[in-house]
Design a protein around this ligand. Structure first.
Ligand SMILES: [Zn+2]
Length: 383
């Protein structure tokens, strides 16, 4: 049985221990010590990493009463080792875990929903709830949780007797028996948990609830705490500051400035489309009444305008209409059409001879050819 120093204090960063067992496996060496401050993965909290002497510990798991350290090299049985845990990683996980308890506790107290899934990712913490919460309600919870952590409450860790446990109101994922470890944030949350937590809520710093989305029967919340939350907010402020400079808008007026810009953009698109339609109609007007075929090479027309121009031309003419736009280097977009015509053979032939692709209806086809203008003219000469 390994003595679990992380339950003596979650703040033990270094310790000395005796190697009781060391075995080579497919996954590296497994090392069991008489005592350890390395927290094994469990209760939603990822494991600690760090070093035993100068050998890396890359995974830690619980096996019955033992804690198993996975190391990259052998540590001989019977030797003394000095363990150092990666404190930045552990403290961050403690901060996220404690913050998650308070958020889940506040939501449970206000809405009665349970935390039914909890994942501490490298970037985000996710909390799954068995009920629905709106964005507005999420903001209210965030404000209340941050007020609470600033009040700097001291955490309590309790091991109640079975009789005391019966009287205790606490959150838990399953019915618990035997020794139950209770984490209490006074006035905030009481929950059964085997993880490591901060001593005081002020160490959590900030709790930022990032998003809420429908998930199964309830919602999934994304959240971060402490330094992660600070860095996220700092990056968001920096991003907004860049937008503010680009738009010459005050930092709290960037969204209305962007909205204005989008409206202007929409109006410009409408105007552009109107003047393009006018231009296409004018071109079509110039070719009114021509019964012979019409072959046009128009500069810089988007594919949709090539189509529109061909459509306008066949309204007024009965012969073959072929509209192209492009250049010899990049090829040409085309629309070929003829009122009541059947152009299937012509289009197939054109695609083959002019290195093209495209098709459509018998009387109207669109596509592109990759060839020089001269070759297009030669191809259409006798059509
Ligand atoms: Zn927990």
């Amino acid at each position: 049985m390994t003595e679990k120093l992380y339950y003596t204090s979650a703040y033990i960063k270094e310790f000395d221990a005796l190697v009781k067992k060391c075995e080579k496996t497919d996954k590296g060496y497994i090392v069991i010590l008489d005592k350890t401050a390395f927290y094994p993965e469990g209760g939603g909290q990822p494991c600690d990493k760090g070093k035993l002497n100068d050998i890396s510990v890359y995974d830690v798991q619980e096996n019955g009463d033992d804690v198993i350290h996975y190391t990259t090299k052998e540590l001989p049985e019977g030797t003394q080792v000095h363990g150092i845990i990666d404190w930045a990683r552990r403290f961050d996980l403690m901060v996220q875990h404690s913050g998650e308890h308070i958020v889940s506790g506040f939501i449970n107290a206000r809405f009665g929903y349970n935390n039914v899934g909890f994942h501490m990712g490298a970037d985000m913490i996710t909390v799954d709830l068995d009920g629905d919460i709106t964005k507005e309600q999420l903001k209210e919870i965030e404000a209340a949780v941050n007020d609470y952590i600033i009040e700097n409450h001291h955490i309590e860790i309790l091991y109640p007797t079975p009789d005391e446990l019966k009287e205790l109101k606490y959150r838990s994922k399953k019915e618990l028996e035997g020794d139950v470890r209770i984490i209490r944030f006074p006035g905030g949350d009481t929950c059964a948990c085997c993880g490591t937590h901060v001593d005081t809520t002020a160490e959590i710093g900030i709790v930022k609830l990032i998003s809420v989305q429908k998930f199964h029967e309830g919602v999934r919340i994304e959240m971060i705490c402490g330094k992660r939350a600070y860095e996220y907010c700092a990056a968001a402020v920096e991003e907004n500051s860049v937008i503010s400079n680009l738009l010459s808008a005050k930092v709290f007026e960037t969204s209305s400035a962007v909205e204005r810009l989008l409206n202007e953009n929409q109006q410009l698109k409408i105007k552009l489309s109107e003047s393009e339609n006018n231009m296409l109609n004018m071109i079509a007007e110039n070719y009114k009444g021509i019964s012979d075929k019409i072959v046009l090479n128009q500069k810089n027309l988007p594919p949709d305008s090539v189509r529109k121009l061909a459509a306008a031309l066949i309204e007024q003419n009965s012969g073959l209409v072929a509209v192209f736009s492009g250049d010899d280097e990049n090829g040409y977009k085309y629309a070929v059409a003829q009122k009541d015509g059947d152009l299937k053979a012509l289009v197939k032939d054109m695609n083959t001879q002019l290195n093209g692709r495209g098709g459509g209806k018998p009387f109207f086809a669109q596509g592109s050819v990759n060839t020089a203008w001269k070759n297009i003219e030669d191809f259409l000469k006798d059509k």
